[in-house]
Design a binder for this molecule. Structure first.
Ligand code: HPA
Length: 281
């Protein structure tokens, strides 16, 4: 398959900017399994299928609607990406990073991602929220490999505080305010798509992971590379393998995601208002 190139990304960003006028973009939101974000208080000005944006094949999973919604409020814009690209679907690292890079080129200063995870820490009940404070990239790849490292400096971006401290504190406060049990934790990013074995979960626990999932870390690296502030909200949809006796299913992940949707929307709305007040009128 042909490689997705920096020139193709830049062309895609120019096309979206010219045709859909996202305005002064305040943030980009990316929604994971079963979590369909909307933006109350904002008006949707465009809904663009990914096939019209990205030059590689677009696959969809149950629970994912692959579109970019552009929301406007006066001169301000918000990019809501409904669905992401996963390595386990066969996408290259650069393709899984296409969303944050497009958002960055369209001017988004903040990259806010949600995802579904398995709880490694037994104290984290399904349905609770983990505000990611750090990650383990165990996916065996990196979105800065090859031409993408030459595209923009730095080739070796600092990852010592990849997850924005101020946004994390706000997220934790609002998560609890909207009724989530919420704590900070470390996200272990694995390749998937098989769920982990109990032995793998034990290894991840000893390595310091709080939750495990199959997405997001490539996106975070790419977003930090472009200097965006990053916030990742992980919904614990299940106890990880071996933490609970019961077998894991994708349906369970989608169901818990659907149940938490209202609270997650409420949380995102409050975070957007916080960003607005940070930026001033
Ligand atoms: N493991 C990996 N990814 C996941 C899980 C899990 O248990 N739950 C939701 N995404």
């Amino acid at each position: 398959m042909e490689r997705f190139t920096p020139a193709q990304l830049e062309e895609a960003a120019c096309r979206v900017a010219a045709r859909h006028e996202p305005g002064r973009v305040r943030a980009a939101l990316v929604a994971g399994s079963g979590i369909n974000l909307a933006a109350p208080g904002w008006e949707k000005s465009a809904e663009i299928p990914y096939v019209e944006i990205f030059p590689f094949p677009i696959l969809s999973l149950p629970g994912h609607t692959p579109t970019l919604s552009v929301w406007r409020r006066g001169p301000e814009g918000l990019l809501v990406f409904n669905g992401r690209f996963h390595l386990y679907q066969g996408y290259a690292a650069a393709e899984t990073a296409a969303i944050p890079r497009l958002a960055g080129l369209l001017g988004a200063p903040v990259y806010l991602a949600t995802n579904a995870t398995g709880a490694i820490d037994p104290a984290i009940a399904p349905g609770s929220l983990v505000v990611v404070r750090d990650h383990l990239n165990l996916q065996g790849t990196n979105p800065l490999i090859g031409e993408w490292g030459r595209w923009r400096p730095p080739l070796f971006p600092d990852m010592s505080e990849a997850y924005d401290r101020t946004l994390r504190a706000a997220a934790l406060r609002y998560a609890r305010a909207v009724g989530f049990a919420a704590n900070e934790g470390v996200y272990a990013g694995v390749l998937g798509p098989s769920f982990e074995t109990p032995a793998e979960i034990e290894m991840l626990r000893r390595a310091g992971a709080t939750v495990v999932g199959m997405s997001t870390v490539q996106e975070v690296i790419a977003a930090r590379h472009l200097g965006m502030r990053v916030l990742v909200l992980s919904l614990a949809t299940n106890l990880a393998a071996g933490v609970s006796e019961s077998p894991l299913t994708h349906e369970e992940v989608l169901e818990v995601g659907a149940q938490a949707k209202g609270k997650l929307l409420d949380l995102v709305q409050r975070l957007l208002d916080e960003l607005r007040s940070e930026a001033g009128p």
